[in-house]
Design a protein around this ligand. Structure first.
Ligand SMILES: NC(=O)c1ccc[n+]([C@@H]2O[C@H](COP(=O)([O-])OP(=O)(O)OC[C@H]3O[C@@H](n4cnc5c(N)ncnc54)[C@H](O)[C@@H]3O)[C@@H](O)[C@H]2O)c1
Length: 436
């Protein structure tokens, strides 16, 4: 059993802390957000993540998991401090490290025992060295026995607990093998491959992985756009490609493009790093441009079908950037809504979990109780997020209630033939345009 402090209780920090507690460790989760911590103390989750509420409650009851806003208390007996704070995009696309800096400074101010500081936040290559520098400078004249380890996180929102408990790999980067070995011990019971590298390599593995996944999606979306014009079906193209073991089937689904709290900022940050160090991120630039275009193209297709978007009503199903999360950061749905509104459209929307967070970022959107209310009086319906509850809808009812029965299935969730036979004008992604 180890004594662990996790700094930041967002999607990564809260899952990390809770899972380490569940593995038998004594964990203190710390956040600077008072409301978040006081809610957590009462069992109220700050995020929607399947299974998390129950796992938190279980470990709190077992006395292995506590929450605080007090750094000194959180770090008092800690052997490990995981930094899991946000690293959003700065003005030029660089990762904004202000929260990491602040966490590192607080560690320097509050710790006297020896400690392993672990960067779980996604941070630019070189940040591990920089964190060590921040701590050392802050401790001038009062040295601290500590090492920095990079331990990038690969969990996916929506399946975060399972991803943490059954990872494909754990990556640990450090200048000190013993510190990396000690962190590796925390993961041993997960029985997964553990790759130990130097600090910078570990940091790069995270960026390269996210950028590669985003590249696959942009690639298949480019192919999808060709399929639409050439009369092929991208869904079958993906299957045919994915059966090749050298390619594999994951992240080859054409749609409205990638979004969320990680891919957009990480691809941008990696491209920024490249430019800063004199290399040309040509592929990354194209990957980002294809993604932006995918959202614009969706709006263009609806505009073409309707003649103009001005004073038209468009219904949007799904607001989160993917199913099973309430995270709306850089969600394709939100940008599509902005583009529609810029052209004078009225928007109605529904999402099973993300309406509260989306409402803070959207203006003039009519939030509805269910998909049928969204469809009511709409001139077009856009499926933006493939939540399970959208899979089986009563399309005859939807057809009757829409003003013009146009559907843009942004995730290829529905049966084109069925919708066409009901009389809809149907647009999928990367499927030959068979709309009437
Ligand atoms: N969300 C994901 O799916 C995911 C997956 C892998 C990696 N990551 C990376 O993990 C990091 C965290 O992401 P997230 O989505 O969990 O972020 P988040 O925005 O959900 O949570 C960050 C939390 O950190 C807290 N915080 C900020 N400054 C603090 C400080 N100085 N001390 C204590 N708490 C502080 C905030 O109040 C917030 O609760 C990011 O670098 C992200 O890129 C995220």
């Amino acid at each position: 059993m180890s004594n662990i402090c996790v700094i930041g209780t967002g999607y990564v920090g809260l899952v990390t802390g809770t899972c380490f507690a569940d593995l038998g460790n004594q964990v203190t989760c710390l956040d600077v957000d008072d409301e978040r911590i006081s809610n957590l103390k009462q069992g109220v989750m700050p995020i929607y993540e399947p299974g998390l509420e129950q796992l938190v409650a279980h470990n709190v009851r077992a006395g292995r998991l506590i929450f605080t806003t007090n750094y000194a208390e959180a770090l008092e007996n800690a052997e490990f401090a995981f930094i899991a704070v946000g690293t959003p995009s700065g003005v030029d696309g660089e990762a904004d490290l202000q929260y990491v800096r602040s966490a590192a400074e607080m560690i320097a101010d509050c710790v006297d025992n020896s400690l392993v500081v672990i960067n779980k936040s996604t941070v630019p290559v070189g940040t591990g060295d920089w964190v060590a520098d921040v701590i050392s400078k802050r401790r001038e004249g009062k040295p601290l026995d500590y090492y920095v380890v990079s331990n990038p996180e690969f969990l996916r929102e929506g399946s975060a607990i399972n991803d943490f408990m059954s990872p494909d790999r754990v990556v640990l980067g450090s200048t000190n093998r013993e510190a990396a070995r000690r962190v590796a011990q925390l993961y041993l019971s997960l029985r997964c491959p553990i790759l130990v590298t130097d600090l910078r390599t570990a940091e790069m593995i995270k960026y390269a992985s996210n950028a590669f996944l985003a590249t696959r999606i942009s690639f298949i979306n480019e192919i999808a756009n060709m399929c639409e014009e050439l009369g092929a079906d991208v869904r079958e193209v993906s299957v045919g490609m994915g059966l090749d073991k050298r390619i594999g089937s994951a992240f080859l689904d054409a749609g409205l493009g990638w979004g969320g709290s990680c891919f957009p900022k990480d691809v941008k940050a990696l491209a920024h790093m490249a430019v800063l160090h004199g290399t040309q991120p040509q592929l990354l630039q194209a990957v980002m441009e294809i993604n932006r275009n995918q959202r614009r193209r969706a709006v263009m297709r609806i505009r073409r079908a309707l003649g103009s978007l001005n004073e038209k009503t468009v219904g949007v199903l799904g607001l989160s950037f993917k199913p099973n999360t309430d995270d709306v950061r850089d969600a394709p749905a939100l940008e599509i809504i902005h583009l529609l509104q810029n052209e004078g459209a009225h928007v109605r929307a529904y999402d099973p979990q993300a309406m509260e967070l989306a409402s803070r970022l959207l203006k003039r959107v009519t939030m509805c109780e269910n998909p049928y209310e969204v469809a009511e009086g709409s001139d077009a319906l856009v499926l933006a997020t493939e939540w399970n509850e959208f899979k089986q809808l009563d399309f005859a009812r939807i057809y009757e209630s829409m003003r013009t029965p146009i559907i843009l299935d942004g995730r290829n969730l529905w049966e084109q033939d069925k919708l066409l036979s009901l009389g809809f004008t149907y647009f999928g992604i990367g499927r030959a345009v068979t709309a009437k």
